[in-house]
Design a protein around this ligand. Structure first.
Ligand code: SF4
Length: 308
């Protein structure tokens, strides 16, 4: 089946099943092109919650489909690549989080959305890269914050807010490749460009970069917003490389340069037109959650969605 036939088949199946396809900006470009809605974790959670479709096909890694299923108990949520994992979600589980909490009984747990439903169920607040700073700023100063699982995002928040937190030792193996040295070299090599960096990157706690007016730390949606509004013509992109697909589509005439070729999330590339078709045809990849876990996980996600 060629791409055109696959796209036609997906359109027909969507109509038959009253389905929508949500895709993350790191999904392969052909998956992005068939999606009804594209977004980052926060945007897609909001879209899932407001969708009137009966079926949501989630073009992303498994924890994202799980988050949609937590928000939409009356809908069928399909994860076309249910084995698509995430190094952050894999770095912490409910037992280890419970042990961490026991060592800090007064602590407030803030979990990045890249976690399993079981971890969210033991969490006080979820956040995404788009609202992590605001979430932490909203918490009482008098109590310790346990932030996980991304230590680079946690360090970035500590630098920006001045608030000390306990950090879990997890990383996104994709953004962990983006070092301070790479960014300092890019600043010299592209003197007219802004550098857009995802705060999961290793360089995110570099004080010099945080204070540099040409450097913008942002979620993917934040990068798209900045690129559209900025008078600059060139942008160096320090995040997952397929983000460039949408940046280029939405900003004809502007130039986007990857900080390093080959920064791809292999897990996200497990989603394909073929497995989307298979999911729609057979229901493969249906997310099933324990109702007790789901209701507990819903509270920190709702709190996250209230802070924009
Ligand atoms: S890019 Fe990193 S955080 Fe995002 S899904 Fe891949 S491994 Fe997880």
């Amino acid at each position: 089946m060629d791409i055109l036939q696959a796209k036609e088949k997906i359109e027909r199946l969507k109509r038959e099943k009253n389905a929508v396809i949500l895709a993350h900006y790191y999904a392969p470009p052909d998956v992005q092109d068939v999606a009804d809605f594209l977004g980052d974790s926060l945007g897609l959670s909001q879209l899932a919650a407001s969708s009137e479709a009966d079926v949501i096909v989630f073009g992303g890694v498994h924890f994202m489909a799980e988050t949609a299923a937590i928000l939409c108990p009356d809908k069928t949520v399909l994860s076309p690549a249910p084995d698509a994992g995430c190094s952050l979600a894999d770095s912490i589980d409910a037992a280890r989080l419970a042990a961490w909490k026991a060592r800090h009984p007064d602590g407030i747990v803030v979990s990045y959305v890249n976690t399993t439903a079981e971890v969210k169920a033991l969490t006080d607040w979820c956040c995404t890269s788009a609202n992590a700073v605001k979430v932490v700023e909203s918490l009482p100063e008098s109590r310790p914050v346990l932030f996980g699982p991304d230590k680079h995002l946690g360090s970035h928040i500590m630098q920006v807010t001045g608030r000390k937190m306990e950090l879990w030792d997890g990383v996104c193996t994709v953004h962990d490749e983006i070092s301070s040295m790479m960014i300092h070299e890019a600043l010299k090599r592209w003197p007219d460009a802004d550098i857009l960096i995802h705060p999961e990157a290793t360089c995110s706690d570099d004080k010099e970069l945080i204070g540099n007016e040409r450097v913008v730390f942002a979620s993917t949606a934040g990068m798209l917003k900045h690129a559209a509004a900025s008078p600059k013509k060139t942008f160096v992109i320090a995040t997952e490389a397929d983000t460039m697909h949408q940046l280029e589509k939405e900003n004809p005439g502007k130039v986007f340069v990857p900080v390093s070729p080959g920064i791809y999330c292999r897990e996200m590339k497990k989603v394909s037109l073929e497995n989307i078709i298979e999911s729609l045809e057979t229901g493969k990849g249906k997310v099933v959650l324990d109702e007790n876990i789901r209701t507990k996980a819903l509270l920190p996600i709702r709190r996250m969605m209230e802070i924009k």
